[in-house]
Design a protein around this ligand. Structure first.
Ligand SMILES: C[S@@+](CC[C@H](N)C(=O)[O-])C[C@H]1O[C@@H](n2cnc3c(N)ncnc32)[C@H](O)[C@@H]1O
Length: 260
């Protein structure tokens, strides 16, 4: 038994907790060995011992994303303070492919409506975007493989279960993905508070991908350069920008209004 941050005693377990966190070397190795679906593995930066190297290479061999992170990040994620330099996040469901998302639109006979999240790191934001995407009838959400929250327990909870209904695809390279979508005849609408096109002048009736930028920096330069349009939501107060998931909701429901 160990004490957690709140001083309560808890039994160590090899299973992911309700938050999907699997921590410690044996627990992570066992999860990999037993085929537990893992979204991502964090390994403390600078730790070079053989056991962690073995975990990283086994994980990569199974196609799991391995991220080197500051030890402080692992300390903050840890429930037990005994992560031993490695934490895995369990995945709540399989990722879809981009083709699955395009097929979902074809099956419904609708022009694709897709949300692309450019490195949203806050799982609450990603969960909220997935929830709104489901409510607005979007055909899917696409995220990058790295530097993004993934389909973890917190995202599932914040999405209110929408992760079970909306296909979420993960891709290695967002600019390349956007080019592929453009080749499919989909218009790519980037979003930024200083965008040159007012939202209400954007035609969202046709095939559309809406790109939402990260919490801190907004859309990456290459992503922004690949967009067909950069759309802005009018800001009437003193702040510079909306929350990413709020911006996604406004764009999605403008698309719903135009498609009615
Ligand atoms: C918190 S904002 C990012 C702010 C960042 N400092 C920037 O300069 O873009 C997160 C994302 O929400 C969307 N967003 C926020 N406010 C917006 C607005 N007024 N118009 C269009 N998109 C907006 C954009 O996708 C933005 O990248």
């Amino acid at each position: 038994m160990k004490e957690n941050k709140t001083g309560k005693r808890r039994e160590d377990t090899l299973e992911a907790g309700a938050d999907g966190i699997i921590e410690g070397r044996n627990a992570v190795i066992e999860a990999l060995r037993s085929g537990t679906a893992i979204d991502k593995i964090y390994i403390a930066r600078g730790e070079t011992d053989a056991a962690l190297g073995h975990i990283a290479s086994t994980a990569r061999g199974k196609g799991v994303v391995v991220v080197e992170a500051d030890r402080r990040k692992l300390d903050n994620m840890s429930r037990t303070h005994s992560h031993q330099g490695v934490i895995a996040l369990a995945a709540v469901r399989e990722y879809a492919s981009v083709e699955d998302i395009l097929n979902a639109a074809r099956e419904k006979g609708e022009p694709p409506l897709i949300v692309v999240c450019d490195e949203l790191s806050d799982p609450h934001n990603l969960g909220a975007v997935i929830r709104t995407a489901e409510c607005a009838g979007a055909h899917g959400v696409i995220i990058p493989k790295r530097r993004s929250a993934g389909l973890t327990a917190i995202v599932a909870k914040t999405s209110a279960g929408a992760v079970s209904h909306v296909p979420v695809a993960r891709v290695p390279n967002l600019p390349a993905l956007l080019k592929e979508l453009k080749d499919e005849g989909i218009w790519v609408f980037g979003t930024a508070a200083d965008g040159d096109r007012l939202l209400y002048e954007a035609d969202l009736k046709g095939p559309a991908a809406i790109v939402i930028g990260s919490e801190g920096d907004g859309m990456g330069r290459l992503v922004a350069e690949t967009c067909d349009f950069k759309v802005r939501i009018p800001m009437k107060g003193k702040l510079n920008s909306l929350n990413a998931s709020a911006a996604a909701a406004i764009l999605l429901y403008e698309a719903v209004r135009q498609r009615m």
